[in-house]
Write a protein that binds this ligand. Structure first.
Ligand code: CTP
Length: 212
């Protein structure tokens, strides 16, 4: 299973909270896994991308809550999951049924924390399953990524730094460092997201062939 893209949290019928994720990294990973023969369930937030590989089945979702429900029900049927989605950390406490009117000069929107999908899958994970997350950090990158991997019970975390020119959201290129739970760290050069996806899939294959 691969999660990809942003989630969209509705405020009212015409407004929402979201982020700049384009889904490119997740779609590239889904395609790379499929080209190695894996059957892929791609759980995707709203993106402008299409997927053509016959081994990729796309499941469209909108909100973090919806993504959580689908992932939780599908994960037990999967050998593993790669969590690339930029899931909104918070969503509005109330979704207004009618368009909200402008009132006064200041407006406060009450938000509640969304569930952490990767962490919840980390709790459900069987010993025969692999869970891989992404980390987007701007400071103390390696330490924060390491802590995130442990907190969410991931087997590997892909660190991409927003400080790197041409890497991350919206770009066609990415520069990543792979941190494995067993301690190994691999740094890669700036590459196209397709090439980065192949590197990640190669590492997954390597981890699968290692004795537990
Ligand atoms: N993630 C998730 N569900 C969430 C938040 C994050 O599945 N509600 C996953 C992302 O897909 C990614 C990893 O967790 O694989 C880390 O996401 P990130 O946004 O970097 O981390 P957060 O846990 O939100 O931490 P923070 O924003 O405080 O750095």
């Amino acid at each position: 299973m691969v999660t990809a893209g942003p989630t969209v949290e509705k405020i009212d019928p015409v407004r929402f909270i979201s982020n700049f994720s384009t889904g490119k990294m997740g779609y590239a990973i889904a395609e790379a896994l499929a080209s190695e023969g894996a059957k892929v369930l791609l759980v995707s937030g709203p993106v402008r991308l299409t997927v053509s590989h016959p081994l990729v089945s796309r499941i469209d979702v909108t909100s973090a809550d919806e993504m959580f429900e689908i992932c939780q029900s599908l994960f037990p049927t999967c050998d593993g999951a790669v969590m690339t989605a930029a899931v909104a950390d918070y969503s509005p406490v109330h979704i207004a049924e009618e368009k909200l009117k402008r009132v006064g000069n200041n407006w406060t929107l009450e938000l509640k924390a969304n569930r952490d999908i990767a962490a919840e899958l980390g709790k459900m994970k069987r010993t025969d399953q692999m869970l891989i997350g992404f980390a987007l950090e701007t400071q103390n990158e390696l330490d924060n990524a390491q802590l995130k991997m442990e907190r969410k019970n991931l087997d590997m975390i892909v660190l991409n730094s927003l400080r790197e020119e041409g890497a991350g959201f919206g770009h066609d290129t990415n520069k990543v460092t792979l941190l494995e739970r067993k301690g190994h760290i691999s740094e890669y050069a700036l590459k196209s997201k397709r090439e980065v996806a192949s590197d990640i899939v190669e590492k997954i294959a390597e981890l699968l062939s290692l004795p537990a």
